[in-house]
Design a protein around this ligand. Structure first.
Ligand code: SF4
Length: 752
């Protein structure tokens, strides 16, 4: 059992493996199934995962191929369903025996081990134990509390696991109630990508399809660790590498999943030691990607190696951009990027030699103060040679949550477009709906308003706000100060242990479970990173008869809060009714119920993919971004939070990180040997980390020093353990995304 005293922890350090996947993935998968769901139940789920007639993995949003393999899942997808299909149960007896305060003492891993919540639970004012409650009483209580708080003081949070059907109804209920406050997990992850791309190409989504990877000459993987966070992407990269495409990884960390991959289902791979992926790894400094990309562009522009026809026809702003880049000093670019001029020129050579280029990225770019400008540097570089809107080329932000993109498409946003609100008024006005106008609060602003007492009621459709957001102590206190919180969840997490004065915990069906309604078994839909909308239907018997589906819970809340403004029972009885509403209101979903029954669903149109840049004023835009000065005062490091390989977002599957050679502990700080010497620290030393922001300091204690291959001046820790160091006020410009990848810290020995 893990302890909070790392001196007692059984940390074990090994060499970093030279490849990802392999037999290790197979044994790890089997171990998790045995520990959680049992091999039988687990195997049944795995055989249905990511299959046309099965369910969509509740993990990341990497798409399924047109012809999925019989076993179409990765190790971390298997962990995700093992967790969901677990035989452990968080029953009323557990909550009766353990108070909220006692449960708070558990680590995030131990909380996950409590199992699936089996019945709706209520925490009444003055009580510290959750108690069972009947569904209808729960909905009535929720409605009364929300009305008492008022729509202006009520926020409706959404996690990216929520299906399209539940998300569409949820935003409708919140807005019908009068609340514009729809924070979601995208605010914490790819919001910066959405903002950046909407400005430059007119669409806040990636332009690439899976088939493009079969034609690309060069694939850039920037600020992304697919080996852990999008593992099936390694299969796609493996095929591209075998076909002769060049892969270049740009990342402070040389992650095994970027270097070499042994496909567990390819015996030859296992025998031969896998397939080499990245031909080159560029170890930029944390946040140095903008300067690096400007250096690459500078070398390309010096050779005037641009697609003049494309630039002339489809873009605007090149002159200002060219002048800006030309004026940049190579020495300064080297300092800010953390790599030599020659490395930037080398990539420029590869880039110019390639006809078709795909650029992929993830959190390593989106969670910095200059994240939006950094992502626009990718867009700039790709526009120079027309690598948008042609086969084998394009922009590919890889989403980390299975339906985070779909939720946004369904209207889950604090900043809705006027056209969308007009459509809601048009389609639901007769029934009394009036869309609240103006922007609402996103996740960071909701927490700030909660801290200030302006938001006093929170409904959370999935998610784990306390562990997913920065400034953990501030977030926890803000939640504790609410009059009412309602969480719809499958398992107990830390957010449920910071309830409002009155709180509800409502257990929903998992993605793996059969959703039986009056109209028979129902399917839901999701949208992956590449805008493919497809079905998902569970195959396992629900773990409890008391569970309800997300759409059913939202309808129950809607009826209690709004009355019979919609045919709630009919919508729950047959989700085709919900999809008919979506088809009427959301562009691109015409004939939704017919098209989604096609074997692989359908692809939503992406205008930029057709070189239609009407969304950005008719042209794709070059932007002029000023890379920040990343130099730090002596004795400071720039810290980024990362996931371990035994983790999915805030869900902690175990205490090991086999891709980084760490076993048995999560309170670790990965730093270079050079920095350890400079700071007088040694391997396994117990240290505190202190962040500095705006004159304020935040501290986390008793972390263990782990020497690691990371550029000096930088260090890495896991979230949520290091989240207390990240200031709520430190956000990315324009996107308001927390800067979890850019925190200035001191690392000091823990005082005895
Ligand atoms: S790659 Fe992502 S979506 Fe696919 S199985 Fe793994 S976690 Fe699930």
């Amino acid at each position: 059992m893990a302890t909070d005293d790392p001196e007692l922890a059984d940390i074990h350090l090994t060499d970093v493996p030279r490849l990802a996947g392999g037999l290790g993935a197979v044994t790890s998968t089997a171990r998790f199934l045995r520990r959680e769901s049992g091999l039988g139940r687990g195997a049944k789920a795995l055989l249905a995962m990511n299959q046309p007639s099965g369910f969509d993995c509740p993990g990341c949003a990497w798409p399924e191929p047109a012809h999925p393999a019989r076993l179409e899942f990765c190790e971390n997808g298997a962990k995700a369903i093992a967790e969901e299909a677990t035989t452990r149960r968080a029953t009323p007896e557990l909550f009766a025996a353990r108070s909220v305060d006692e449960l708070r003492a558990l680590s995030d891993f131990e909380l996950g081990q409590l199992g699936r919540i089996t019945e709706p639970m209520v925490l009444r004012a003055g009580d510290r134990h959750y108690r069972p409650i009947a569904w209808d009483e729960a909905f009535a209580l929720a409605a009364a509390e929300l009305r008492a708080a008022g729509p202006g003081a009520s926020a409706f949070y959404t996690s990216g696991r929520t299906s399209n059907e539940a998300a569409f109804l949820y935003q409708l209920v919140a807005r019908w109630f009068g609340s514009p406050h729809l924070p979601d997990c995208a605010n914490l992850c790819h919001e910066s990508s959405g903002v950046a791309l909407a400005e430059t190409i007119g669409v806040g989504k990636g332009t690439v399809q899976l088939d493009d990877f079969a034609e690309a000459d060069l694939i850039l993987v920037i600020g992304q660790n697919p080996g852990t966070n999008h593992p099936r992407m390694l299969s796609t990269l493996r095929e591209a590498a075998q076909r002769g495409a060049t892969i270049v990884a740009v990342n402070p960390l040389r992650e095994p999943g970027l270097v070499r991959f042994s496909h567990p289902q390819k015996p030859l791979d296992v025998l031969r030691g896998g397939v080499a992926l990245a031909r080159e790894h560029v170890a930029v400094r944390i946040g140095g990607d903008q300067a690096f990309l400007q250096g690459v562009a500078k070398a390309v522009l010096e050779r005037d190696a641009i697609d003049h026809a494309f630039v002339a026809e489809h873009t605007t702003g090149l002159d200002a951009y060219r002048a800006h880049v030309a004026a940049l000093d190579w020495r300064e670019l080297e300092v800010q990027a953390g790599v030599p001029e020659a490395t930037m020129r080398a990539l420029a050579d590869r880039y110019v030699a390639a006809e078709r280029v795909i650029a992929c990225w993830a959190m390593g770019l989106t969670q910095h103060p200059h994240a939006v400008a950094m992502i626009q540097e990718i867009s700039n570089l790709m526009l120079l040679r027309g690598n948008i809107g042609k086969p084998g080329a394009g922009l590919c932000p890889v989403r980390g949550h299975s339906n985070v993109q779909g939720d946004r498409t369904m209207g889950i946003t604090a900043r809705p477009k006027a056209g969308f609100l007009d459509a809601l008024d048009r389609d639901f006005g007769e029934a009394g709906f009036v869309a609240p106008r103006g922007d609402g609060l996103d996740t960071v602003d909701t927490l700030r308003a909660m801290r200030a007492g302006r938001i006093t009621a929170l409904v959370a459709l999935g998610g784990n706000l306390v562990s997913a957001t920065p400034d953990t102590d501030v977030t926890a206190a803000a939640l504790d100060g609410c009059r009412f919180t309602l969480s719809i969840a499958t398992k107990v997490n830390r957010t449920h242990l910071h309830p409002g004065a009155t709180a509800l915990l409502l257990p929903c069906l998992g993605r793996t479970e059969v959703d039986a309604q009056a109209g028979g078994p129902q399917f839901v839909t999701v949208e992956d990173s590449m805008s493919v909308v497809h079905r998902s239907q569970g195959v396992l018997q629900p773990i409890s008869e008391h569970l309800r589906s997300e759409p059913a819970i939202v309808c129950g809340l809607g009826r209690a809060l709004l009355g019979d403004v919609l045919p709630w029972d009919a919508l729950v009885g047959d989700y085709d009714g919900i999809r008919a509403l979506i088809a009427r209101t959301i562009p691109g979903f015409t004939d939704f119920n017919t098209r989604v029954r096609e074997p692989h669903g359908f692809v939503l149109r992406n205008a930029a993919r057709e070189r239609d840049f009407s969304g950005s004023g008719g042209h794709a835009r070059f932007t002029v971004g000023h890379a920040p000065d990343l130099r730090l005062p002596p004795g400071r490091l720039r810290m980024m939070t990362i996931r371990s390989h035994d983790q999915y977002n805030t869900t902690v599957y175990g205490l090991d990180d086999r891709y980084r050679g760490i076993k048995g502990e999560r309170r670790v700080v990965l730093m270079s040997s050079a920095d350890m010497v400079a700071l007088g620290l040694v391997e396994r030393q117990v240290v505190d980390l202190i962040s500095e922001f705006d004159g304020a300091e935040r501290r986390v204690t008793r972390f263990i020093v782990v020497p690691y291959d990371i550029p000096p001046g930088n260090c890495a820790t896991y979230f949520p353990e290091a989240n207390p160091l990240i200031p709520l006020e430190s956000v990315a410009a324009k996107s308001n995304t927390p800067t979890s990848k850019s925190v200035v810290v001191r690392v000091v020995p823990t005082e005895a």
